[in-house]
Write a protein that binds this ligand. Structure first.
Ligand code: FAD
Length: 425
């Protein structure tokens, strides 16, 4: 397909990179990007890092390449509904956009604090968008007496690191026994906890906040054990929810966990059949990963949004058979508390982890995760250059622990990784 109309719903990373790939692969027709945010596509990773520390202005995060794309933009306009039979997207301003192909890249939003009236207290923030980051940065500039962060996942920990760097007192509360436990397990998470404490963060693990209290402005959090934490700024960092609500009634297989798609990024209908005209990419997509037994996975990784957007674009133009199944190895990075953490593969389901290079004591190491005797993931901490060597063993499902052969390295000692059970998640 070279002509016709392609509409992209969600004008952020996956949508932009998908649109660029359409042009790069020869699409010469009409290309329209619809985004509910008023901004041109921007980068989210800096929002919890250099934007919070004040080193980068929120407005300086626009993604490179936005201006060069030959496309029509509908910004500040939400896609409200999808008429699949009529191949039409309904916009909040009443416009109906007919399409030959649609790329759904509506991503995810921050999971809100579950009690809406408490979430509305001033001083309670989430962190997903540029506007969220600007509002949080303004709150921090007022020098709150204590910042409370709910959730020690990547965004909670990165925010804690940035806010400590501003010299503000920070408490982090998480029900798991370690930060980053869902993604890395409590063995590696325990190392990160040590760094957080060394940086002066009050880390409360195995604890749960039940209520936020205050009169108009938040004043304190109440814990399940009856204790309280006084805080005048709260960051709710409880993970993300996929933006699929607007697809209600469209007959697609979609829920808060994502929009199901096949290996060629085609959206699946409720019966599990691919829709030849509708594609999904980025955080919103839940797709079968060939490296993980084709089990559906939904990622929140920058690199996935880029690669999957491009894969979907090629499938739109050249057909599903021509592109094959999307099989990019999941990868992400994080920087916090002086640690550069990089990951390849998925740790989910791992039954063992072994430190195969370096050591936590030295502050740089590489940990490999195994499942049923096979290598499934690797994480480097301040040792990114060691990581690429593990891509092959992960792709091949090489025996775990992988034989490193390093003469200066003792034999790795696998231990249970301390990943929470999925039921507890
Ligand atoms: C604070 C923060 C830090 C991060 N740091 C890292 C990191 O260090 N490393 C890493 O690998 N990843 C990181 N990520 C994750 C990474 O940014 C995401 O994976 C990436 O943004 C996903 O891109 P996307 O385009 O799929 O979705 P999104 O970026 O969520 O974009 C979706 C867009 O669609 C819009 N939209 C939603 N619904 C509609 C609708 N109905 N109509 C129109 N538009 C709609 C949304 O408003 C949004 O603009 C971070 C994310 C955040 C929030």
């Amino acid at each position: 397909m070279r002509d016709g109309t392609i509409v992209v719903a969600g004008a952020s990373l996956a949508g932009l990179r998908g649109a660029e790939a359409l042009r790069a692969h020869g699409f010469a027709g009409r290309l329209i990007l619809v985004g509910d945010e008023p901004h041109l596509a921007y980068d989210r990773p800096p929002l919890s890092k250099h934007v919070l520390t004040g080193e980068v202005a929120p407005g300086a995060t626009t993604l490179p390449g936005v201006g060069a794309l030959e496309a029509e933009w509908r910004l500040g306009v939400k896609a409200l509904g999808l008429d699949r039979a009529g191949r039409t997207l309904l916009l909040a301003d009443g416009e109906r956009l007919a399409f030959d192909r649609l790329l759904i890249a509506t991503g995810a939003r921050a999971r809100p604090w579950p009690a809406p009236e408490e979430a509305r207290l001033s001083g309670v923030h989430t962190l997903r968008s540029r506007d969220d980051a600007a509002s949080l940065a303004a709150g921090l500039a007022a020098r709150p007496r204590r910042v409370l962060i709910l959730g020690a996942g990547f965004i909670g920990c990165e925010a804690a690191s940035s806010i400590r760097a501003l010299g503000l007192p920070v408490t982090v509360v998480d029900p798991e026994p370690a930060p980053l436990a869902q993604a890395l397990g409590s063995v590696i998470g325990g190392f990160v906890a040590g760094r957080m404490e060394a940086a002066g963060v009050d880390v409360r693990l195995g604890a749960r906040v039940t209520h936020l209290e205050g009169d108009r402005a938040v004043r304190r959090a109440r814990l399940a054990d009856g204790g309280t934490i006084e805080a005048d700024l709260v960051v709710v960092a409880l993970g993300a929810v996929r933006n699929t609500g607007w697809l209600a009634g469209a007959g697609l297989r979609a829920d808060e966990g994502g929009l199901s798609s096949d290996g060629a990024c085609r959206a699946l209908d409720e019966a599990g059949r691919p829709d030849e005209a509708i594609f999904a990419a980025g955080d919103v997509a839940r797709f079968p990963h060939p490296l993980y037994g084709h089990r559906p996975v939904a990622l929140e990784h920058w690199g996935n949004a880029v690669a999957q957007g491009a894969h979907a674009a090629r499938a739109m133009l050249h057909g599903a058979d021509a592109v094959g199944a999307y099989a990019e190895l999941p990868a992400f990075w994080s920087s916090q508390f002086g640690l550069n953490i990089k990951s390849l593969g998925l740790t989910e389901g791992a039954d063992a982890v072994a430190i195969v290079q370096g050591s936590p004591r030295a502050g740089r190491f590489l940990a490999v995760y195994g499942r049923a005797g096979r290598t499934i993931a690797a994480v480097s901490v301040n040792a990114g250059r060691w990581l690429p060597a593990y891509e092959g063993p992960i792709r091949d499902g090489a025996p775990f622990p992988p034989i490193t052969g390093g003469a200066d390295q003792p034999d790795p000692e696998p231990v249970p990784p301390g990943l929470p059970s999925r039921e507890a998640a």
